[in-house]
Write a protein that binds this ligand. Structure first.
Ligand SMILES: Cc1cc2nc3c(=O)[nH]c(=O)nc-3n(C[C@H](O)[C@H](O)[C@H](O)COP(=O)(O)OP(=O)(O)OC[C@H]3O[C@@H](n4cnc5c(N)ncnc54)[C@H](O)[C@@H]3O)c2cc1C
Ligand code: SF4
Length: 451
């Protein structure tokens, strides 16, 4: 079963820019004036960080862009990232009352308009409170780590943010395709947290329990925003020749030339395995680099975990989908991939996930010729959590309502605790806010340790 639409040729200059252009001043004002400024606004309830959306939109309509940006950033320090990456159709815009009969307000694009105004002018929105004498170590500079660091710094705590990668920002920097969020946007947020006095130490990794104990002897609390692990193994012959979707997306953002030459070169025909948002993103990268791209998935379009709008976007980009198809081996000749061996599947009774179980159709094996196979079947659970001696829930870090882990003074948030529901940037930001509130309450309830 296949679905595809013709490729939309785009001039080279548009290939790697943000897919949606910024609103002009006129467009933003017109859009802001459409808002009904609902009392008990449903969009605000649908936003996991509960930004006062009617208030920031009203401020845009009166030309008060600083005030608008402040309203957004007070509730969500990563408002510029979220404006670009939030699945707004499922969240704020999906709840807009205008959506019932008309087009919903473009909340994400208005949010981008206001936050870009702040960042492009280098406006300092926040002033930290006087120092409290308490200190917190934050591990991981993804959305959860940046959010908790910002909130704690605003409250006057001394925060050190440790990041193992060279650049801060987590998946906003390395994992979300440039068409949605350019690297500069997340790096500006890292800079903004530094402007609040947070010390960002990149190239430093927490590796074991001993390291955690050292941090606990030096800081009053520790927050873990570790994210998730690598793409899991496929477990098929020839796997060593398969590229991992996250590595491909990362290269497209920070070193795009690597997708043209060398071990990451994509070639002309790319097959992507998976049907989540990472698969869609990796496929989009392939298309923008000029390859023919086919996604293979063992179930049907109805069971895909990718958001519907992402699926539609991939079709628009010219990605071909081959459903009910299971990869069983990678064909490799002289070290080069030449094809992906697959079998056709049919759907049987429901499995543990509640979705119909795909079963191989006997004798249906066939080969899809290709130059590159990319695996994009999700991410491994946070392996470090078990080594740190933390209680786990289904492989994720177990936390209480205040996001405290099973170890006293150790908190966690973001993807590494997301046992249920789909992981998203805005959820990680909200975790950072909740954890900061819990840490602040605990620190202020205890006396400052003598030096
Ligand atoms: C390809 C892809 C596309 C996505 N697209 C979207 C999207 O469009 N919209 C959306 O809302 N969400 C999207 N997501 C999900 C979103 O990116 C995550 O939910 C979000 O980044 C989680 O934030 P986090 O801070 O928990 O983790 P991460 O962003 O993963 O950050 C964790 C950070 O911790 C660092 N770290 C880990 N372990 C250590 C250690 N031991 N020592 C020091 N540092 C460490 C890592 O290097 C990393 O920088 C996407 C995810 C992927 C993979
Ligand atoms: S943070 Fe995301 S969900 Fe909340 S208002 Fe902004 S775009 Fe919508």
């Amino acid at each position: 079963m296949e679905r595809s639409s013709p490729a939309v040729p785009e001039p080279e200059v548009y290939r790697f820019q943000e897919a949606l252009p910024p609103l002009t001043a006129h467009e933003a004002t017109v859009e802001a004036h459409r808002c009904l400024y609902c009392y008990d606004a449903p969009c605000m309830q649908a936003c996991p960080t509960h930004i006062d959306i009617p208030s920031f939109i009203r401020k845009i309509s009166t030309g008060n862009l600083r005030g608008s940006g402040r309203v957004i950033l007070e509730a969500n320090f990563l408002g510029a990232t979220c404006a670009r990456v939030c699945p707004v159709q499922e969240l704020c815009e999906g709840a807009c009352v205008l959506g019932k009969d008309h087009t919903p307000i473009q909340i994400g694009r208005l949010q981008r308009y206001a936050t870009d105004h702040i960042f492009e002018r280098g406006v300092q929105v926040f002033t930290p409170s006087p120092p409290t004498g308490r200190s917190v170590a934050v591990i991981g500079s993804g959305p959860a780590g940046i959010s908790v660091s910002a909130e704690l710094a605003k409250l006057g705590h001394r925060v050190t943010l440790f990041e193992r990668r060279e650049l801060g920002g987590g998946l906003s920097t390395y994992g979300i395709i440039g068409l949605r969020e350019p690297v500069e946007v997340s790096l500006r947020e890292v800079e903004a947290v530094q402007n609040l006095g947070v010390e960002v130490r990149t190239g430093v990794e927490l590796t074991d329990r001993e390291g955690l104990d050292v941090l606990l002897s030096q800081y009053d609390a520790v927050f873990l925003g570790l994210g998730l692990g690598a793409v899991p193994a496929l477990g098929i012959p020839g796997e060593e020749a398969v590229l991992d979707g996250l590595t491909v997306i990362e290269a497209s953002k920070v070193e795009p030339w690597r997708l043209k030459v060398g071990p990451l070169a994509l070639g002309k025909r790319v097959v992507v395995i998976g049907a989540g948002n990472t698969a869609i993103d990796a496929a989009t990268v392939g298309r923008r680099h000029g390859a023919e791209v086919e996604i293979v998935y063992r179930r049907t379009e109805h069971e895909m975990t990718a958001y519907r709008h992402e699926y539609e976007f991939a079709l628009h980009e010219g990605v071909r989908f081959t459903f009910l198809t299971q990869p069983v081996g990678v064909e490799v000749e002289d070290g080069r991939v030449t094809g992906l061996r697959c079998v056709r599947m049919s759907l049987g009774v429901a499995d543990a996930s509640g979705r119909p179980r795909p079963e191989p159709v006997p004798g249906s094996e066939f080969v899809i010729p290709c130059d590159t196979v990319i695996a994009a079947i999700g991410q491994e659970k946070p392996a470090l959590a078990a080594q740190l001696g933390l209680a786990l829930e289904n492989g994720y870090i177990q936390v209480d309502d205040g996001l405290q882990t099973s170890l006293p003074r150790v908190y966690a948030g973001g993807d590494c605790i997301r046992v249920r529901g789909s992981a998203s940037t805005v959820m990680a930001v909200q975790d950072g806010k909740l954890a900061a509130a819990s840490i602040h309450a605990a620190l202020m309830a205890s006396p400052v340790a003598a030096d």
